[in-house]
Design a protein around this ligand. Structure first.
Ligand SMILES: Cc1cc2nc3c(=O)[nH]c(=O)nc-3n(C[C@H](O)[C@H](O)[C@H](O)COP(=O)(O)OP(=O)(O)OC[C@H]3O[C@@H](n4cnc5c(N)ncnc54)[C@H](O)[C@@H]3O)c2cc1C
Length: 353
């Protein structure tokens, strides 16, 4: 059996497809979720059935009612032991990665993360579970490196990236049965647990905002973010930052973009006084348009950005804001689907380098 982990509120449709493609001829695809996943199990089962998943195991314990990575990982390890799947796939989200990492460590099994291609080692591409090897391509170093690897084990564990190559395999919709499974969870495993949920005032988060206005060392301090806040608000976006800004206590860690922060794919990313170190770049490189504002035309961010403005952030950002005000307000008020890049274009010079 191939087991798909539903760790977040939404089913990632690529996961059952990949699971079907690596399943042996007589292997079913089943799924596991946790009491704390915010979607009712019946709704998940209906959706999973449409992707050919035969059974949804809901793991129950009072300590699993809120997200708790160690406890969820331990519960998953118990279920792997109980069900004996030959493969376990989770989405390469924060949750999916955390849970599978804990489960792998507890079960003593190898784990391949961030797979963008995954096949069973079988000439036909199907039914390859027999010799226990998966061939995979996965991203390393935040996405700047692709690695080909083989995973051989009695139970193969992998997280699957959103950008995974979706295999074309026959699909037979199933009536997905919901099965509740009680597990033991030692109380000390709930030491890392969601304690409170705070909704953002705008309803936008760093990972979903269409526009992100980010500041780095060049902004000069916490006060330097005030104009960035206003620009973000007028463009219908949120503020982000580099690690220097979080290390200096100018912004909270939840605002950090990058390898050890949040990976974004905004419509427009404005990098103010940010050099564009690799660890920052991998967090913003998937944005559709990148505008860099920097005094140094040789800074990597200036070299890679779609538009680069050579200048002092303390002069350029107020000038952009003044122009937006002169035009009568905010991009958000004028219609948020209008590209924010168009709003800032007058201030933008052609790409440098
Ligand atoms: C394991 C590891 C993980 C990391 N993870 C992350 C991560 O997730 N995110 C992250 O951001 N970093 C991360 N880093 C740190 C990263 O390597 C850089 O040190 C960091 O991104 C630099 O931040 P910065 O661009 O703000 O500062 P700097 O590199 O110091 O750059 C400041 C820039 O501001 C410009 N500037 C100065 N004054 C002005 C001005 N007045 N107007 C306009 N421009 C000006 C300068 O020309 C310069 O280009 C990580 C590092 C490691 C080792």
């Amino acid at each position: 059996m191939q087991l798909v982990v539903v760790a977040d509120a939404a089913v990632v449709p690529e996961l059952p497809a990949v699971a079907r493609s690596v399943a042996g001829r007589d292997e079913a695809v089943e799924a596991v979720t946790f009491a704390g996943v915010e979607v009712p199990a019946g709704d998940l089962a209906r959706e999973l059935g449409g992707h050919g998943v035969a059974r949804l195991h809901v793991v129950l314990h009072e300590l699993l009612d809120e997200y708790a990575p160690e406890a969820w990982g331990s519960a998953l390890a118990t279920l792997i032991d109980r069900l004996g799947p030959s493969g376990v796939l989770a989405p390469a989200t924060h949750r999916g990665t955390e849970i599978l990492t804990h489960a792998a460590a507890r079960a003593g099994l190898p784990l391949a993360t961030n797979c963008v291609r995954l096949t069973a080692d079988d000439a036909s591409g199907h039914g390859g579970a027999g010799d226990g090897t998966w061939r995979l391509t996965r991203t390393r170093s935040g996405g700047v490196l692709l690695e080909d690897a083989e995973l051989t084990a009695p139970v193969r564990l992998a997280t699957v990236a959103a950008a995974v190559e979706t295999p074309q395999v026959p699909l037979q919709a199933a009536d997905c049965e919901v099965v509740e499974s009680a597990v033991d969870v030692p109380p000390e495993l709930a030491r890392t647990r969601v304690a409170e949920r705070v909704a953002s005032e705008t309803g936008l988060s760093l990972s979903t905002a269409p526009v992100v206005v980010s500041g780095g060392r060049g902004v000069g301090g916490a006060d330097g973010f005030v104009v960035l806040e206003e620009l973000a608000e007028r463009l219908g976006g949120v503020v982000g930052c580099s690690r220097v800004a979080t290390n200096n206590g100018w912004r909270p860690h939840r605002d950090q973009v990058g390898l050890t922060g949040t990976k974004i794919a905004a419509d427009l990313y404005i990098a103010c006084g940010i050099s564009g170190a690799t660890q920052h770049w991998v967090g913003c490189m998937d944005s559709a348009v990148i505008l860099a504002i920097n005094t140094d035309p040789e800074a990597p961010m200036m070299q890679r950005a779609t538009y680069a403005v050579e200048g002092d952030v303390h002069e350029v950002v107020p000038a952009v804001l003044a122009e937006i005000r002169r035009r009568g307000g905010a991009a958000a008020a004028a219609g948020s689907d209008r590209s924010a890049a168009e709003e800032s274009e007058p201030a933008a010079a052609p790409p440098v380098g």
